[in-house]
Design a protein around this ligand. Structure first.
Ligand SMILES: [Zn+2]
Length: 579
């Protein structure tokens, strides 16, 4: 009876418009419109670093909201289609497969199906596309409806553009919308860890200025395009003190202050190439929101896991791009509800009421079509991973720049399991956020998607000092540790290791042999350990279980995660101590 009443009430209020006030309007800003008389706009939707997140993730809070996932993304793309017809582009800047449990259990297929369903126009190749070797990626390429764009990858044997065994990639692509010809180039930088698999044997990565400059010229002079844009798995990290960087906005200013531009190949390229080489950059990899302009060129990218995305609007007048009128909308939150005050969904607002919302006059809600066509068939398998592992967690656990709760917890778990003296893990091993509340099996897969094995090896105290000096001062510092404490002292602005002790503050014995546990990734020369392997050959190597299995067993045993057990509120009692 109550259901019937609700139904009638629902229909009546829909007809009478009573429901309208239940929706917040996300897009209060004046955004470009297809009806604009002055300019012909081409909107370009960009996602990046979805990292295997095909499904949304639920967060326990006052309003129990969800973020990410293809269903909400599809709803947004439909909203743009309602508004612009087919006169927009959808690009992705790569790192599609490695991360979410759904991608792992479907061998990446779910992500390819999602992009096929959404009619992706072009894609850059991300570094994690190669995690399972070149042939894994070739398989995904083969079943992709769209072409991957790579202007700089060559065959390592003969340097030809014939780089892959599957012909689903192009050096450049030209798309025409409303009579405007847009040329798309694609770039993937060389990443050092490719050395672990067959990537460097098969592929050669050319530099940006050798390839992009030439191809852009060719696109403009020979192909007569009206605009050249770049999709690239790379970006420029910019920070903001006022937090406004993560809030929905529309920007067209040169706000490039507070960005990390040191040794940034993209930044150097944009600042030093002639105006009109590249008109807009659709980037990724850095996992930072980017909507900043460099030399008048917008560089757009988003946080990982589909937390949000951006739309760039390229304005044309008489088929000529009007650079100073380019606008960027975003970060646009991929959520099912948002806070009225911040216009985003975030755990920061957990005590706040959140509401469903409209975007460009369309209601954003789960999209039945993509659920029916792609997602639903994975539901049953996903249910297995909803298995409850851990009762309660009282803190936000995520990767941070220094010592982290998750790093301490995971290094403890592997040290206890392997009975090693010490353990060490790189920060890059942690790939999601565990919010306070329950932990499920899927959360462990999301946190540690790399299928790493745990291994132990032997080092004497002297070697540990030498190795820690390399690692904890290396490019990927600081590494999570267990069983030891490291005291750092600031000398000439740099933190040097002063002393390494056991947990009881007794200095480690430089002559004694210790057992250390880590992942096969690290011991194989991953991250800064490559520099340790220049002088050290692993001794007494033993293999253990997968990292995820060890973490699962550990969490079932501890039942509740209490932050205080892993991370001391007093900085002088932590594991990495800075003086
Ligand atoms: Zn990424």
């Amino acid at each position: 009876m109550a259901n019937l009443f609700n139904l009638i009430y629902g229909i009546l209020s829909f007809i009478l418009g009573l429901n309208k006030n239940k929706y917040i309007n996300l897009s209060e800003y004046k955004y470009p419109s297809p009806k604009d008389k002055e300019y012909t706009y081409i909107p370009i939707i960009e996602t990046t670093d979805l990292h295997g997140y095909g499904f949304q993730r639920e967060i326990e809070s006052k309003s129990n909201f969800s973020y990410g996932g293809a269903s909400l993304l599809s709803s947004y793309i439909e909203a743009i289609r309602n508004e612009w017809g087919d006169n927009f582009l959808y690009l992705d800047a790569g790192d599609k497969y490695k991360g979410g449990v759904e991608s792992t259990i479907s061998n990446g297929t779910i992500m390819t199906e999602i992009f096929n369903h959404e009619n992706l126009d072009a894609s850059a190749i991300g570094n994690h596309e190669f995690d399972n070797g070149v042939s894994f990626f070739e398989k995904q390429m083969e079943s992709s409806k769209t072409f991957w764009i790579t202007t700089n990858i060559r065959n390592a044997n003969n340097n030809s553009t014939d780089a892959f065994n599957v012909k689903k990639y192009l050096q450049k692509k030209i798309i025409i919308k409303k009579g405007i010809k847009i040329g798309i180039l694609g770039y993937t930088p060389l990443f050092t860890y490719y050395a672990e698999n067959d990537v460097l044997k098969k592929l050669n990565f050319l530099k940006m200025k050798d390839t992009i400059l030439d191809e852009s010229k060719r696109l403009r002079e020979q192909d007569k395009v009206n605009s050249v844009i770049l999709i690239i798995h790379y970006g420029i990290e910019c920070y903001s003190d006022s937090q406004d960087i993560g809030i929905y906005n529309i920007s067209h200013s040169q706000n490039n202050q507070n960005c990390n531009i040191n040794n940034n190949e993209l930044y150097d390229f944009l600042m030093n190439s002639p105006i009109g080489t590249i008109d807009a950059v659709f980037g990724g990899h850095v996992h930072y929101p980017g909507h900043h302009f460099f030399n008048g060129i917008p560089v757009i990218h988003s946080k990982d896991r589909g937390v949000h995305f951006h739309i760039a609007y390229l304005p044309f007048k008489d088929n000529k791009l009007v650079r100073e009128k380019i606008q960027v909308e975003g970060p646009i939150p991929l959520c099912d509800k948002i806070s009225n005050s911040t216009k985003k969904c975030s755990y920061d607002n957990k005590d706040e009421e959140m509401y469903p919302f409209t975007f460009h006059n369309s209601i954003i809600r789960y999209n039945e079509k993509i659920e029916r066509n792609v997602l639903n068939k994975y539901n049953k398998e996903m249910l297995k991973y909803k298995k409850f592992i851990c009762n309660n967690n009282d803190a936000i656990l995520e990767r941070v720049k220094e010592e982290s709760v998750i790093g301490n917890l995971e290094t403890d778990a592997i040290r206890i399991k392997t009975k090693a003296d010490f353990s060490i893990i790189n920060n890059g091993a942690f790939r999601t956020i565990w919010y306070p509340g329950k932990i499920y099996l899927k959360d462990i897969y999301d946190m540690n998607p790399f299928q790493s094995n745990i291994v132990t090896f032997e080092m004497n105290g002297e070697e540990i000092y030498k190795a820690m000096n390399i690692l904890q001062n290396g490019e990927k510092k600081y590494y999570a540790i267990s069983g030891m404490k490291i005291y750092f002292k600031k000398v000439n602005g740099i933190f040097n290791i002063e002393k390494i002790t056991l947990n009881n503050d007794q200095e480690i014995d430089r002559k004694k042999n210790y057992i250390i546990a880590t992942t096969n990734f690290i011991l194989g020369g991953g991250d800064d350990f490559k520099d340790v392997l220049k002088w050290y050959t692993p001794r007494n190597k033993k293999s253990f279980d997968l990292l995820i299995s060890i973490i699962e067993e550990y969490l079932i045993n501890v039942k509740d995660i209490k932050k205080a057990n892993y991370y001391d509120s007093d900085p002088s009692k932590r594991r990495l101590i800075f003086k």
